[in-house]
Design a protein around this ligand. Structure first.
Ligand code: HEC
Length: 121
């Protein structure tokens, strides 16, 4: 399969996984996601995902706990993590994280938006 085909196929698979999941993204492991988030994402997104860490960017870091972000589909959050956002500080994590790890960290991003988020492992 060439790269042109692989991208959309992968996204379709992520989407199906997301839609078929229960409350947390694509059945990702929240505890594993927290470990990844802590080591990779906190420096920009902050401990609680609100984007109030010390580093400032233009455009600003997304508040992952906001309803603006939480109202997006799992597939769209995973795409943002997988491919990054053009012309922003948000890089493409597909070079660093496996698909499974992207699911885990997305599950943790979901947890940041729920009231239970603060009490997670
Ligand atoms: C170097 C700083 C930086 C790091 C590290 C970083 N992000 Fe981001 N992230 C950003 C910025 C800036 C944005 C806003 C991009 C935009 O304006 O579209 C963003 C946006 C996002 C979004 C999209 C929110 C939306 O509106 O759809 C998600 C999801 C996200 N980040 C998750 C993560 C995860 C998970 C990690 C760790 C694997 C991570 N980010 C690491 C800076 C960062």
């Amino acid at each position: 399969m060439n790269a042109r085909v692989t991208g959309p196929v992968l996204l379709a698979m992520l989407f199906v996984a997301a839609v078929g999941s229960g409350s947390y993204a694509a059945g990702g492991n929240v505890a594993k996601g927290k470990v990844l988030f802590t080591s990779l994402c906190i420096r920009c997104h902050g401990v609680d995902g609100k984007g109030d860490a010390s580093m400032k960017f233009n455009p600003p870091v997304a508040d992952l706990s906001s309803s603006a972000v939480q109202s997006k589909l799992d597939g769209s959050l995973m795409k943002a993590i997988h491919d990054g956002r053009k012309n922003t500080a948000m890089g493409a994590w597909k070079f660093v994280l496996s698909d499974e790890e992207i699911r885990d960290v997305t599950a943790y991003v979901r947890a940041l938006g729920s009231s239970a988020g603060r009490k997670l492992p």
